[in-house]
Design a protein around this ligand. Structure first.
Ligand SMILES: [Zn+2]
Length: 569
């Protein structure tokens, strides 16, 4: 048994995420966590909500709520949706937790003591009426490029031009509408990532087994242009981890907080501490190599936009601290999932969002499609035609149909218990040989976190069962040789149990439905296939399950395509 620490990139708090976000980190992380647990390994699977920063403050203001209340509510909403998708986090934490505050300040302090933080004085827009500095998103004005009158300080939403707040014509505060703005000097802390460049480059170079997507992005940031730059890690905000605290090796940072991207990855550790506070478990044996984490394998999952922060910024924090924290062993990154010829768009309501998805079909349908089409080597695209085909063929026609035919036939002809012993004739021996190879291929793909490949290998195993049943034809055999027909069905029922065990990482609810129907709680991985194929003995009672999957009709497909097409503009 090995020990695996798994983290998914933490979703931002402001609003419900779409299916592209889900398949970019949380869902494949869940697949891997479930697989490793299935193989009998010890797993700690961590996720959280990313709660600090300007967008959270703005969303809370828009909702008319204090930002802490807004975040608490949205955390519960996201936790409930995650549960709906059967994301099996050991803990779903919050980056605004007291644990993360303490830990973030600790890292900042030791980085300062290591000489890796410098103070930088810069000029920034200050609102006299509001009595505060304004981050870029808190400033609006007229776009100098297109004349749009609500361009933000960092970008114009109309013409997409990147802006600097000083570019705006008639700039005003988003908070008060005041135009009494002036440039004032302010001081910020910068993490000296440039000092860490050689160490980071050597570390990335040592990761020869990482996806090219991961290492290529890291190297681009390390070497392109002037190379890795120092990064500002404080902001003039009130919502966040205070940058001035007892024991801080600097002064004059009152009223400032750490930049959300500094504290968010630290939350992986803090979330594990949150769990310890709840259940008394020992977080340090997962995160401190001096306290038992030396044998832990740590895997991170994320979309490609998060790779720079996980290959450079967070490792700068960990390595720069010179303390024995667990560093990531493998980073699995993903490209983007597009929606039906374009992109998902929150502002335009374009595409399927996580709550909407669960409102029209159960989690397994989405899990199967998303994972079997994961954007690994390139961006991939969701289309309703493809979704319908995949669900109807893979789930309903292949797996669902097999389970239905075998259990119904048995119940009708022999009654609702396993109708005989499993005896391996030539046909069964042949299938076992194919199954053994297929299982090895499935395990190999899962071990390598090749998500699409894993789905293909699993589906191939389902197909083997269908082909076996078709060729063995117990419905014909029963007319001349009832004992042989009983043997075929006993074998097929045991195959179905194996499918539940092997499919659980992809489609946990259907797997549970099968096992409940089979009155079986033996989820052990088939390390010994000859033994596993006999797990259900003659006479073992079962019930015929409801249809595992229903087909998506053309009318539904068309209705959904229209409903989720979004506003046209
Ligand atoms: Zn513009």
């Amino acid at each position: 048994m090995a020990r695996h620490l798994i983290t998914s990139a933490i979703p931002y708090i402001n609003g419900i995420k779409h299916l592209g976000n889900l398949v970019g980190s949380q869902l494949p992380a869940d697949l891997y966590a479930r697989y490793l647990r299935g193989r009998g390994h010890e797993v700690m699977f961590i996720c959280a909500t990313d709660e600090h920063g300007t967008p959270a403050e703005l969303a809370a203001a828009k909702a008319g709520k204090p930002v802490a209340d807004y975040c608490a509510e949205m955390h519960d909403v996201q936790a409930e949706i995650a549960a709906g998708f059967r994301l099996s986090f050991d803990h779903f934490g919050r980056s605004s937790s007291p644990q993360n505050r303490v830990l973030t300040q600790h890292f900042a302090k030791v980085l300062g003591e290591q000489g890796l933080i410098r103070e930088v004085t810069e000029k920034q827009m200050y609102s006299v009426a509001d009595g505060r500095f304004l981050p870029d998103r808190y400033i609006e004005g007229t776009c100098p490029n297109c004349g749009y009158d609500s361009a933000r300080g960092d970008q114009c939403d109309n013409c997409t031009k990147q802006l600097d707040p000083v570019d705006l014509i008639n700039p005003r505060s988003v908070i008060s509408g005041s135009t009494d703005l002036e440039m004032r000097e302010t001081k910020h802390l910068f993490l000296r990532q440039s000092e860490m460049k050689d160490k980071l480059a050597a570390w990335i170079d040592s990761k020869t087994d990482w996806p090219v997507l991961t290492t290529s992005i890291a190297k681009k940031w390390l070497f392109d242009g002037d190379g890795l730059q120092d990064r500002g890690i404080t902001r003039d905000l009130s919502w966040g981890v205070p940058a001035q605290f007892d024991g801080a090796p600097w002064a004059g940072m009152d009223g400032k907080v750490f930049y959300v991207w500094f504290d968010a990855p630290i939350e992986y550790i803090a979330a594990t501490q949150e769990l310890s506070a709840q259940d008394g478990s020992d977080w340090a044996r997962w995160w401190r190599t001096d306290k038992g984490a030396a044998d832990v394998t740590y895997t991170q999952f994320m979309g490609k936009d998060n790779v720079p922060f996980h290959t450079l910024s967070f490792p700068s924090t960990i390595l720069g601290s010179a303390e024995p924290w667990k560093l990531v062993d493998y980073i699995k990154s993903f490209n983007y999932l597009n929606y039906d010829g374009g992109q998902f768009s929150t502002s335009r309501g374009r595409g399927v969002f996580m709550d909407q998805a669960l409102g029209i079909l159960p989690a397994d349908y989405w899990r199967w499609w998303l994972l079997s089409h994961a954007p690994e080597s390139a961006d991939s695209e969701f289309t309703w035609e493809n979704f319908q085909t995949s669900v109807n063929k893979d789930l309903a026609d292949v797996l669902g149909n097999l389970v239905s035919r075998v259990t119904k036939f048995c119940n009708t002809k022999f009654g609702a218990d396993v109708p005989g012993e499993v005896v391996l004739g030539a046909r069964e021996e042949a299938l076992m040989a194919q199954f053994r190879d297929g299982l090895a291929a499935y395990e190999k793909a899962m071990d390598a976190i090749q998500v699409r490949r894993s789905a293909e290998e699993l589906r191939a195993l389902w197909v083997l069962g269908n082909e076996y049943l078709q060729a063995a034809a117990p419905w014909s055999v029963v007319k001349t040789d009832e004992a042989a027909a009983r043997g075929i069905i006993a074998f097929a029922l045991n195959l179905i149990r194996l499918y539940a065990v092997l499919s659980r990482p992809f489609i946990p609810d259907a797997a549970q439905t099968i096992m409940t129907a089979l009155a079986c709680a033996d989820w052990s991985w088939p390390e010994d296939l000859d033994k596993a194929i006999r797990a259900l003995p003659a006479g073992h009672a079962f019930t015929v399950p409801e249809n595992l999957f229903r087909k998506i009709t053309d009318a539904e497909r068309e209705d959904w395509a229209t409903r989720f097409a979004g506003r046209r503009d």
